[in-house]
Ligand binder design. Structure first.
Ligand code: ADP
Ligand code: MG
Length: 722
């Protein structure tokens, strides 16, 4: 059931109580709209571009533009934009109108193949990591026909959005999408090559991704009262409420009415834009929620997730709510992530990660399964780097899901299969994988072959891998580019090894060659498998013994991008040039510093404009009271507690003031460092550590201070949505 809202810009979206299928993707120029507005040649050209990466010629582009414009105008669009994903997160758009004046009082609506295919946005202030010096400052957007155009409606303004890549004049990628498309193509090809050992009929593979998105919602008025949420996206101070998530009574609980209203609106608009949302629920922390779409082709899934984040923010605005996509908005309760569910599926409908009933005999499954494990094993530090951001450091490395140690969870049953396979043993007694529910009247259902482990960063869940360590505000491309590339590279090496073995000894068959190679892989990489509690201290010790690193900060993690194996991996497979890789890493260091710079400044403001004045006011109230008590003859001994509070506050004020000064000085020093990596390290090791100490003092003051004199909305107010 959808909730009606009064705001004008939503009226266009008031679908009433119709089935979702009746309006799904109505604002998308997908195959259905194309069939109505394009001739057969243009439709086929797009289908070939999507399916086989074929280029679309100029005449066809003009035809497509004509049909697309007609469709968009009928739906009320006045402007169009090339929609892209620059490297500073979020999405970028620059709107141009279709309208073109032809005289003093006449005009027409115009749009052609050139406007569709390519634009040159004035984008000199997008980060490029030094790639775009002023003499070659031009950046181009180019149409990605594999992601359909859509019409975004905000505040009554309707804009035709055309998904594009963003590249420099010299051809270097300046966005998230371009390398993602390259890595997807690489993995499709190498997967297909391996499939052909098993089934020559397979003509193509696709890479599937389903992204679960966690987020917090807070009341917009409360939000506005918190400079830290406003500017840094997370609270920098705040005393934990008496009741947090201890009872876990929020998880899967009934969704607060106000939140449900938001969700219904937001889902309706997402469905109109073709985002196949299916799931909504409360998450573990109070005020935390999750939504998940059905999985899609990776390129589309990533576009849809970017669009979803944008949409959530604008719909929340209509409900006087604020969406917090930060990885750790509140201390003491869970942070948010994105679970990236990932698999490879053939055009014959086989999920290559589906173990079937007899995984031990399913060599095709084992080939993919083992190669993925080996890829993660060999490039685990790079995978860790792919999710490194200032925000995500609060999840990874803190005592919460998932840990910063990269490991793979496959479940007991499959771990046994791997072990047996390694020693070539006959599969012994099978671990009970299918267990009937022993409740009368309830049908026995098939259970997954894998149990669940919520603490693993990279878990096999039945017929897909789930990369759970991605940050909630991240663009998934960074991590997916790494995952696709390491797996594709591994499959490429696997094929080369098979071919070599067959050449060396023509008497063996491909299957035997594969088994020998795979066995070898299992032996070399099985110490990345871990099924225990990923949060525990024990695991940290055990991981160290196994040689698995535990990199808890972004500046340390990012170094893995520029290690020799990483450079070879990306450059040899033409995913990134060396220059692109350096530029991107530099941007990541810079972004880290920018985030911490903002946090430092906001913390200064909180300390000097909120915390200290509140403390002083309360001291004054108490001091006045003590004086009044004494003046009417109350014994001094009876003023003892109040004097103690005054003294306690004085100590805290002095401490926090000194710490704040020290932090400002450290920041000034770090700001003098030119080199991006060194600067990031200084911010991490010298500035950030003071944040926690400052926070401790502030939280003590908040705990003691008179509520009426506390100038900031407190945790209990921020987290009490219903
Ligand atoms: P949960 O992990 O919360 O139990 P599910 O496992 O049912 O939820 O699904 C989570 C996400 O995984 C959804 O987006 C779903 O579409 C996606 N998913 C399911 N199967 C696959 C697959 N084969 N490849 C990629 N994603 C998948
Ligand atoms: Mg999941």
């Amino acid at each position: 059931m959808t909730q009606k809202t009064e705001t004008a810009d939503l009226s266009d979206y008031s679908i009433g109580y119709n089935a979702i299928s009746s309006y799904f993707a109505d604002r998308v120029f997908g195959p259905k709209a194309q069939a109505k507005y394009l001739n057969k040649i243009s439709q086929n050209a797009i289908a070939n571009a999507v399916g086989h990466g074929q280029l679309i010629d100029k005449d066809t582009a003009n035809e497509v533009a004509k049909g697309m414009q007609e469709w968009a105008l009928e739906l009320g669009a006045t402007h169009y934009t090339h929609w892209f994903q620059p490297l500073r997160g979020t999405t970028a758009e620059k709107h141009d109108s279709f309208f073109e004046p032809t005289g003093i009082d006449t005009g027409i609506e115009k749009f052609n193949g050139k406007s569709l295919a390519q634009q040159e946005p004035d984008a000199s202030s997008f980060p490029s990591g030094g790639i775009r010096n002023t003499f070659e400052a031009r950046g181009y957007t180019a149409w990605d026909p594999s992601s359909p155009a859509f019409i975004m409606s905000k505040a009554g303004a309707k804009t035709l959005c055309i998904p594009t890549i963003f590249i420099s004049y010299t051809g270097e990628a300046l966005d998230y999408k371009a390398p993602l498309l390259k890595s997807v193509a690489f993995l499709k090809q190498t997967s297909l090559d391996i499939c052909h050992y098993f089934d020559k009929k397979v003509q193509a593979c696709s890479i599937s991704l389903g992204i679960e998105q966690e987020y917090f919602l807070v009341d917009a008025q409360q939000f506005k009262g918190r400079p830290d949420l406003l500017f840094a996206g997370r609270t920098l101070i705040g005393n934990s409420p008496a009741k947090g998530q201890q009872l876990e009574d929020h998880y899967f609980g009934s969704i607060p009415i106000r939140v449900l209203g938001f969700m219904a609106d937001f889902e309706e608009r997402a469905h109109l834009l073709g985002i196949p949302l299916r799931t909504r629920h409360n998450e573990v922390a109070p005020g935390q929620f999750e939504c998940a779409p059905q999985f899609e082709d990776m390129n589309l899934a990533v576009d849809h997730n970017s669009l979803l984040m944008d949409l959530m923010e604008s719909v929340a605005h209509d409900h006087d709510l604020k969406v917090l996509l930060h990885e750790k908005p509140f201390k003491g309760i869970n942070g948010s992530g994105k679970h990236n569910n990932w698999s490879i599926i053939t055009d014959t409908g086989v999920n290559l990660l589906s173990p079937g009933n007899n995984p031990e005999k399913n060599l095709q499954f084992l080939s993919f399964f083992i190669n993925i494990i080996k890829a993660v094993h060999d490039h685990r530090d790079l995978l860790r780097a792919s999710i490194a951001t200032a925000g995500n450091d609060h999840r990874l490395g803190a005592n919460e899901a998932p840990p910063a140690i990269m490991s793979v969870f496959v479940g007991q049953a499959l771990e046994k299969v791997l072990n047996d396979f390694e020693i070539n043993a006959k599969a012994g007694k099978k671990t009970d994988s299918f267990s009937p529910i022993n409740v009368p009247n309830i049908a026995a259902i098939l259970f997954d072959n894998t149990d669940r482990n919520r603490t693993s960063p990279f878990a096999f869940t039945g017929n897909k891998f789930e990369f759970r360590a991605v940050g909630s505000s991240d663009n998934c491309s960074s991590s997916m580019v790494v995952l696709n590339t390491i797996v594709a590279n591994q499959l490429k090496n696997f094929k080369a090894e098979i071919e070599k073995a067959l050449k060396v000894d023509p008497s063996i068959n491909a299957e035997d060659a594969m088994k020998t190679i795979l066995r070898h892989y299992v032996s070399g990489s099985k110490h990345i498998l871990f099924g225990g509690n990923g949060y525990g201290e024990e695991w940290k010790k055990e991981a160290k013994k196994r040689g698995l690193s535990n990199i808890t900060t972004t500046p340390e993690a990012l170094k893995a991008y520029l290690s020799k194996p990483s450079i070879e991996l990306f450059v040899n497979n033409r995913i990134f040039s060396h220059r692109e890789l350096e530029a991107r890493t530099e941007i990541r260091f810079e972004t880290y510093v920018l985030r911490l710079q903002i946090e430092g400044r906001v913390l200064n403001e909180l300390v000097s404009s909120y915390v200290i004045p509140s403390a002083v006011n309360y001291q004054k109230t108490l001091a006045d009271n003590v004086q009044a008590m004494l003046s009417i003859g109350v014994k001094k001994a009876l003023c003892k507690s109040q004097i103690e509070i005054i003294e306690f506050l004085a100590t805290q004020i002095n401490t926090v003031f000194e710490l704040d000064k020290k932090m400002t000085a450290e920041r000034a020093e770090a700001n003098n460092i030119e080199n991006a990596e060194k600067k990031a390290l200084a911010y991490c090791n010298k500035v950030k550590i003071l944040f926690d100490q400052i926070r401790e003092c502030c939280d003590e003051i908040e705990r003691v201070c008179d509520d009426a004199l506390w100038g900031l909305p407190k945790y209990r107010e921020l987290l009490a949505l219903n």
